[in-house]
Design a protein. Structure first.
Length: 287
């Protein structure tokens, strides 16, 4: 599996013009193989620019991106190969569907990798299964699918390339709560079974808290935090000052703690909150 190392990464739009904008400023970090990283920040904080630099869609103004200790821009003519290793799913990826059938859309990436027909078929079936697309949908036009099915088909197209690193930019945006939970569970299951590196860009603190083991916070183009998920969300005052918030259940638990109720800090999910409250009530003989 692959690691990503970033050193002094900068990206400036409209350099030396009145419209100059520093989208990413001197960012450095290392994401280890197998990490599931949440990337959060307010609109305009540099998240999308950053992830597009990680797979070579945007060339940094300065600084370097290394995948497995290899500078991805060392051989500019081979940058396309990086995108097979670092797969990027854009926000609203269903707008990128274009083939006659779902199967052909999923096959586009593996085919361009030069795989033979048999291996392409294996990749299609495996990717469809991962995202929860039934086989009867593969021969349909992608434009006949529901919104959630289109989203899963588009994600399957990236997963079919079997990238060591998968980046998802707001994958649950616009989905209803049921569709959001299903897709998030499938992504989490994919990461656990594949044991690869996943970066999840999201405005939903609940989504990030539920599935990631680390969180990176971008603020005004700079990396403000990068730590284990529980430690990042424990810094609620700092996050609030950046226009972000901790998960709702964490705020409830913090309010209870402020009233002297003996609950541990850093509770991020409803299930964990229910467990800790139940254990406390048992301990006090009230349950």
């Amino acid at each position: 599996m692959s690691t990503i190392r970033v050193e002094n990464l900068c990206c400036t739009y409209g350099a030396k013009t009145p419209f100059e904008q520093h989208a990413v400023k001197d960012v450095s970090f290392t994401i280890e193989s197998g990490d599931f990283v949440g990337l959060i920040g307010h609109t305009g904080s540099g998240k999308s620019t950053l992830v597009q630099m990680l797979n070579g869609l945007i060339k940094p103004t300065s600084g370097n991106v290394y995948v497995d200790d290899t500078d991805i821009w060392a051989k500019p003519k081979e940058i396309r190969k990086v995108r097979f290793k670092v797969g990027l799913v854009f926000q609203y990826p269903e707008y990128q569907l274009f083939e006659e059938t779902v199967a052909k859309d999923i096959a586009f990436g593996p085919t361009n990798m030069g795989l033979d027909e048999h291996r392409v078929k294996e990749r299609i079936d495996k990717a469809a299964k991962f995202v929860g697309l039934s086989k009867d949908l593969l021969d349909k036009s992608p434009f006949d699918l529901s919104g959630g099915e289109k989203r899963r088909a588009a994600i399957a197209g990236v997963i079919a390339m079997d990238p060591d690193i998968l980046i998802l930019d707001e994958p649950t945006a616009g989905l209803d709560p049921v569709g959001r939970n299903v897709l998030l569970s499938q992504i989490s299951q994919y990461q656990k079974s594949r044991k690869n590196t996943v970066i999840l860009v999201s405005h939903s603190m609940e989504d990030v808290a539920r599935v990631t083991n680390k969180v990176m916070v971008m603020n005004k183009g700079e990396m403000a935090m990068f730590d284990h998920t529980q430690k990042v969300f424990a810094r609620s005052k700092e996050l609030t000052s950046m226009g972000l918030r901790v998960p709702q259940v964490t705020r409830v638990i913090d309010a209870l703690r402020s009233k002297g109720i003996d609950l541990p800090e850093g509770i991020l999910t409803v299930d964990k909150a229910v467990y800790e409250i139940t254990e406390l009530l048992k301990k006090e003989g009230r349950l």
